[in-house]
Design a protein around this ligand. Sequence first.
Ligand SMILES: [Zn+2]
Length: 309
Amino acid sequence: MLRVVILGAAAGGGVPQWNCGCAVCQAARTEHPELQSTQASIAVSADGDHWFLINASPDLRQQLIATPQLHPKAGKLRHSPISGVILTNGEIDAVAGLLSMREGWPFTIYAHPNVLSILKANSIFNVLNEKNVQRQPIEVDKTFEPTLPDGSPSGIEILPFAVAGKSAWYLEGEPHPAGGAGAGDTLGLRVGDKATGKYFYFLAACAGVTADLKSRLAGAPLIFFDGTVWRDDELIAAGLGNKTGQDMGHIAMSGDNGAIQSLAGLDIGRKIFLHINNSNPALLRASTEREIIERAGWQIPADGTEIVL
Ligand SMILES: [Zn+2]
């Protein structure tokens, strides 16, 4: 049995974002607190006792408090059910939460060598002593099974694969610590339960849907997919920024090349948007954009939602 808890569904900044007065952020602060959402991360477990985070958002501390499955076991002085963190990219909203896990509990970080080199190049992450917090490089197109603290297999099989994307925003115009152009900086994951064969896909960042990606996702029981913006020029049109979704490595929900259109008709069981920016009007429950995504079979999840596969 694969258990998934959606710790947060929002893109960088969350909902509401500290310095934002857009319609969604304003509503989330006032009459619609149900719109509040923390930054994207999920937790997954095959046995219900040991959990792996997929990305560690800056809101991790708040997310752990809100998630009983991730609380220390009763009667233990020091404990966490978290056995590891799998990173799909090096963006701040995927890695900053690691700094909230610095209190000496052993766990393993699984990430592409490019992302590990980013952590290594930023000495603040040395607070996670490598004796306690091992770094395990993962390879594109090579299945791995994260392990439990005692070294035994977790029962979770993960296949990382490269998707169209960008290096972390803060590396723009900087030499990449890994030396190369940043291929491998954005990963999708296929996460499966070895015992039952059940699986899902996780793509919190994806700049475009290729034919290859379509055939990969076809027939999947569940996908979490990049829902950053409704339309590519959304931030510019709203006067909130000067970058398009594509500039940031994110596909739009709408449009001919958008996620909804590109992933239609692929017989995917459950489609959930994740990493949704507060500028995205589909967050507003009474919006036409929300109606469109729901009619197309997509969901925007509430933080804390648990799914059992
Ligand atoms: Zn906003």
